[in-house]
Design a protein around this ligand. Structure first.
Ligand code: PEP
Ligand code: MN
Length: 339
C-alpha cells in the first residue's frame, strides 16, 4: 500500500500515520522517494481500512496496490475450472456452459416438460428456483423442498447437473443436498452470514452480482466464500440498476473483460433478468458470449404466459431453439464448444 502526502517532509504527519499503521493494523511502513512524501506499507494490507488514511488532513491519496480480494484475484492464478458433473467443465477456455430452466419450479409436469426442452437443446445444466426472492410478499415464493425434489428428479432423468437458489443459511444445506450448484441471488450478494455459510459448503456456488454492486464489492463478496474454503465459486453478471427503464436491468458488458482481468473465477451471464423481455434475451445472450462469458443462465418455460414468476422474460420453445442456434454460432466464432 502507498500513502502519498500533500506536503514534502511533514515529519509529524509521517510519524502520526506510521504510528497508526503500527498500532491499529500491526503494519510496518517506511518513507520512500526523495522528497519524503510517500509512505510504503509492504505486505498484506487487506485488513487495513484505507478510508482511515484517506481522511487524514495532509494525505493526498492512498493506493492499496495489492487487491483486497486476495483469493479471487487473478494475480496468482489464471483460471478456475469447475467440474459440475463428469464431462461438464465450467471456466475452461474451450467450452461454454449453458444453464436453462424455469424461473420457478411450479409442478411435476412443468418441471419435466421444461427439463425435456433443455435436454433437447443439448445443454447440460438445468435451473429451477424452489425458494424465490420476490419483490412483493404476496407473489408466488416457490415450492420449497418439494420443488428441489422435482428438480433433482428431472436432473437425474435427463442426465443434467442442476442449480437452485438458497436465500438463507439453512437453505444452503438443503439446496446443496438436492442440487449440484447453489445459487446466491443478487439481493443477497452482501448477506455476509449467507456468504460465510456458502464458504463452508462443498458444492459449487454461483454468486449473482448485486443490483448496485461495484466489481470490487462483487469480488469481495466472492472472497467471503473462497475464504471459507470453498474454491468452487462462479460469478454471474445479471445486470445492474441504472436510470434506464426499458430494459429490466442494464447488462454491464464491460464487466466481462474487466472481471477476466481482475479474477480467475468463471463468469456466467444471465441475459434473462437484465433483458426482462423474452424477445430481447437472444441478442443479449449472444453479446455475453462475444464479450467472453464462460456460461449463460437462461429462463425458459413451455408456456411462459402461465409462468408463476418471470413469464415475460421466459423463452418459449421456439424462442429457445432459435436462441440456442445463435449461441452455437457465436460460440463457434469465439472458438468455444457448448457443453
Ligand atoms: C433468479 O435467478 O430467478 C433470480 C431471482 O435472479 P436475481 O437474483 O439475479 O434477481
Ligand atoms: Mn427469475
Amino acid at each position: 500500500m502507498l500513502i502519498v502526502l500533500d506536503r514534502k517532509h511533514d515529519t509529524p504527519l509521517v510519524e502520526h500515520i506510521r504510528a497508526l499503521l503500527q498500532q491499529k493494523y500491526n503494519c510496518e511502513s517506511h518513507l520512500i522517494g526523495e522528497n519524503g512524501r510517500v509512505i510504503a506499507v509492504p505486505g498484506d494490507t487487506a485488513h487495513v481500512d484505507i478510508e482511515v488514511f484517506e481522511n487524514i488532513d495532509g494525505v493526498k491519496s492512498v493506493d492499496r496496490v495489492e487487491q483486497p480480494y486476495k483469493l479471487a484475484s487473478r494475480r496468482n492464478k489464471d483460471r478456475t475450472e469447475i467440474t459440475l458433473r463428469p464431462g461438464t467443465l465450467l471456466g475452461s477456455r474451450a467450452h461454454l456452459i449453458v444453464m436453462a430452466g424455469p424461473c420457478s419450479i411450479e409442478s411435476p409436469g412443468q418441471m419435466d416438460e421444461t427439463a425435456a426442452m433443455v435436454k433437447e437443446a443439448g445443454v447440460s445444466v438445468l435451473r429451477g428456483g424452489a425458494f424465490k426472492p420476490r419483490t412483493g410478499p404476496y407473489s408466488f415464493n416457490g415450492m420449497g423442498e418439494d420443488g428441489l425434489k422435482l428438480l433433482r428428479k428431472a436432473g437425474e432423468k435427463y442426465g443434467m447437473a442442476t442449480i437452485s437458489e438458497a436465500m438463507n443459511e439453512a437453505q444452503i444445506d438443503l439446496v446443496a443436498a438436492y442440487a449440484d450448484i447453489v445459487q446466491i441471488g443478487a439481493r443477497n450478494m452482501q448477506n455476509y452470514d449467507l456468504l460465510r455459510k456458502a464458504g463452508a459448503c462443498r458444492k459449487p456456488v454461483m454468486l449473482k452480482r448485486g443490483l448496485s454492486a461495484t466489481l470490487e464489492e462483487f469480488l469481495l463478496a466472492a472472497e467471503y466464500i473462497l475464504a471459507g474454503g470453498n474454491h468452487q465459486v462462479i460469478l454471474c453478471e445479471r445486470g445492474i440498476r441504472t436510470f434506464e427503464e426499458e430494459v429490466r436491468f442494464t447488462l454491464c458488458l464491460g464487466s466481462l473483460p474487466a472481471l477476466r482481468e481482475m479474477t480467475h473465477l468463471p463468469i456466467v451471464v444471465d441475459p434473462s433478468h437484465c433483458a426482462g423481455r423474452a424477445r430481447w434475451v437472444k441478442d443479449t445472450a449472444l453479446a455475453g458470449i462475444a464479450a467472453g462469458a464462460d456460461g449463460l443462465i437462461i429462463e425458459i418455460h413451455p408456456r411462459p404466459e402461465e409462468a408463476l414468476s418471470d413469464g415475460p422474460q421466459s423463452l418459449d420453445r421456439e424462442q429457445w431453439t432459435d436462441t440456442m442456434h445463435g449461441i452455437r454460432a457465436v460460440a463457434a466464432a469465439v472458438k468455444r464448444t457448448v457443453l
